[in-house]
Design a protein around this ligand. Sequence first.
Ligand code: HEC
Length: 126
Amino acid sequence: MTRIKIISSAALLLAALVCLPSLALAGDVEKGKALYMQNCSSCHGDTGAGDGPTGAALPVKPRDFGDGSFKFDTDGDGKSGTDADLVNVIKNGAMKYGGSPLMAPLPHLSDENVADIIAFLRSLKK
Ligand code: HEC
């Protein structure tokens, strides 16, 4: 069972690597969760509701990741919240796209870190 899981996630990863950037990222939800708890939950909250201790006090509240709805269309493809949009907001910050400077750029995260975090964000959708 675990073996099948490993093989299928390896296959998925390979498929994603081959097709990047057009296809969905194949991040690791568990690793993403750990990174999220370190870097994001103070504002976005443990469940992504935007109710972290810092987030609750912000003038512009982050959206509830549980809704799965997103604001920024960073690449102008007419859709907000695509993987590319999330990567851009996380790496470059929201201010670059007309959003709050409080969503600061997080350039220290590797592409793999960002893919893992996005996998976790997607898993929060109720
Ligand atoms: C200092 C507080 C803070 C931290 C830390 C923070 N964010 Fe944010 N984030 C915000 C705020 C505020 C917004 C809303 C910006 C706006 O609407 O102008 C936001 C918006 C976003 C968005 C855009 C959602 C949309 O609607 O398009 C994403 C994605 C996001 N944050 C992910 C992250 C991730 C991932 C981390 C950690 C790696 C993180 N943020 C860390 C405050 C923060």
